[in-house]
Design a protein around this ligand. Sequence first.
Ligand code: NAG
Length: 327
Amino acid sequence: MRGSPSSRRLLQRFRQLTISAIGSVKIKLLLACCIAFTLVVITGRAAAFMGWRHHVTVGSSPPRKGYTILINTWKRNDLLKKSISHYTSCPGVDAIRIVWSEPNPPSDSLRGFLWKTLKSNSKDGKEIELRFDINKEDSLNNRFKEIKDLKTDAVFSIDDDVVFPCSSVEFAFSVWQSAPATMVGFVPRMHWVDKTKGSAEYYSYGGWWSVWWMGRYSMVLSKAAFFHKKYLDMYTNQMPASIRDYITKNRNCEDIAMAFLVANATDAPPIWVKGKIFEIGSTGISSLGGHSDRRSQCVNWFAAEFGRMPLVSTSVKAIDSRHIWLW
Ligand SMILES: *[C@@H]1O[C@H](CO)[C@@H](O)[C@H](O)[C@H]1NC(C)=O
């Protein structure tokens, strides 16, 4: 057997086999180590994450003064009840103001329900103030009427068909506190100069897809945004009446006008905050586009009224660093 070439070749094969087997064992070991390491990191992170969730003591001061929820509603009492039941559980809410533009005043059963909800949710002697602001005429400008006796500077403006978890709202509030002149919101929109329309400066309005495609935005919609209460006064008393008339007549674009107003006052872009959105009404008209031609008309009309295009675009997005694992 010794020396026969075929047996030597066999031996060589055998050695190669064992070497490659050992090699694969090494690779497997390495893989196992990697997986174990990843698991350790993830569980560590998760533990830290849970810790943040459950005892929020480290360095997070309670909101200084809180905010007022300004909710716009129209003949959807069930949504209003859901929405308000939810927000009364958020720690920073100081007051809730309901913009009411229906011909009939809020019913006793609605008032009763909301009052009970408020009572059952008020903790530690803290009471949330709830008030209806009843309007005679039905105009979209109602939602930005000046409110004389607001106690907080911060206003969180929302529609009755979207709900945000308290954690998202409180985070947006903290972003707003670091930039109180700015509009801080969850729903970004975009405008751009449309060269295909021939004339030199024709602006197009873009919805969610445009923001996603371009990675930029220049407005956040008032269906879910924080702004300073002074802008309610400016909207109602200082902005040209022609703009409010246009909005009443066209039943659209009050949110774009507010974006223009704030941009004109600050010469700065708004801030888009990452947050979970739950659409409870799910009509989805504005979110799915289709009416962007009318919105484009508003943008062009407002730019003419302001005498310039005040909107500034940006790609900044504020994200809660506790909720991202990779930096
Ligand atoms: C825009 O801002 C300027 C400068 O602050 C102000 O004078 C003007 O009235 C504002 N325009 C509108 C339409 O609010």
